[in-house]
Write a protein that binds this ligand. Structure first.
Ligand code: TMP
Length: 254
């Protein structure tokens, strides 16, 4: 038996060599980190939930014509994705003030923003992913002006679509982070949505109560992380069977 090759291991995912040329297998771990690795834990079932939630959201986005790296889910923890050249940026969209924006600008958490705001962070762990502007991005060549234009257009479409989708499930999309990659098809390059979209990289609040249903439960030691992620999956109507909690044993199939 041949051991498959690890391409990259991150904080919450492992990338393995794919089964077909130009593909990669994305494995979702149960590990959670915050503060650039300062806080670490294992949350049983998180990887399964994120794999399923991200599959669902990426598929819905593909349905409205947003290009993504997603090919198909392989099993509970793995999905097949297209091999892309990752652009070293985290693109954050905010609809409501929270997290680092509230801290940096002194705006109370939960304040609705006058309009959606896009921010960029340079993906570099040793620098703690610093905040950067479009000037830095194009001057240092992390992305071209055309790449940036494509990313902004896609980000706005993703935000509009996901805000509505979550609202329909009784959830407020407060903010989230996207990553993009360059997908080469012969001599042509397209910018596509990459990484994952899950409660690990979104702030999701219950519309009625503002209860947090995302990774802030881990970051802020609120407990009930898996329960919150399960609630998101349940409301989206995609709860994976193996993390439904109770094991009722064999069921008679009629
Ligand atoms: P922030 O308020 O900490 O800047 O986070 C904004 C959004 O981006 C929030 O939904 C969490 C997400 N995010 C990530 O997914 N990865 C990161 O490394 C950071 C800093 C934020």
């Amino acid at each position: 038996m041949k051991r498959r090759r690890v391409i990259y291991e991150g904080k919450a995912k492992i990338l393995y060599e794919g089964t077909e040329p130009g593909t990669v297998i994305q494995y979702f771990k149960d590990d959670a980190t915050a503060g650039n690795g300062a806080k670490k834990d294992t949350i049983e079932g998180k990887g399964v939930l994120n794999n399923r939630i991200s599959e669902y959201l990426m598929t819905q986005l593909q349905g409205i014509g947003v290009p993504t790296h997603f090919v198909r889910r392989l099993n509970m923890r793995e999905q097949l994705i297209k091999e892309v050249e990752i652009i070293p940026l985290e693109v954050v969209v905010r609809n409501v003030a929270a997290g680092s924006m509230s801290k940096r600008l002194g705006i109370e958490e939960g304040t609705a923003l006058p309009r959606s705001i896009i921010e960029y962070y340079y993906k570099n762990d040793s620098l703690n992913d610093p905040w950067v502007s479009e000037e830095h991005i194009t001057a240092f060549g992390w992305a071209s002006p055309q790449d940036l234009d494509d990313m902004v257009n896609l980000t706005i479409r993703v935000n509009d679509f996901l805000s509505g989708l979550f609202l329909g499930a009784g959830i407020k999309l407060v903010d989230f982070k996207l990553e993009f990659g360059r997908l080469w098809e012969n001599d042509f390059m397209r910018i596509v949505l990459a990484d994952e979209i899950s409660p690990d990289n979104c702030r999701l609040w219950d519309v009625q109560t503002n209860e947090k249903l995302d990774k802030d439960r881990f970051r802020r030691d609120l407990g009930g992380v898996v329960e919150a992620y399960s609630e998101v999956a349940k409301r989206l109507g995609i709860m994976p069977e193996s993390v439904q909690g109770e094991n009722k044993g064999p069921v008679l199939v009629q």
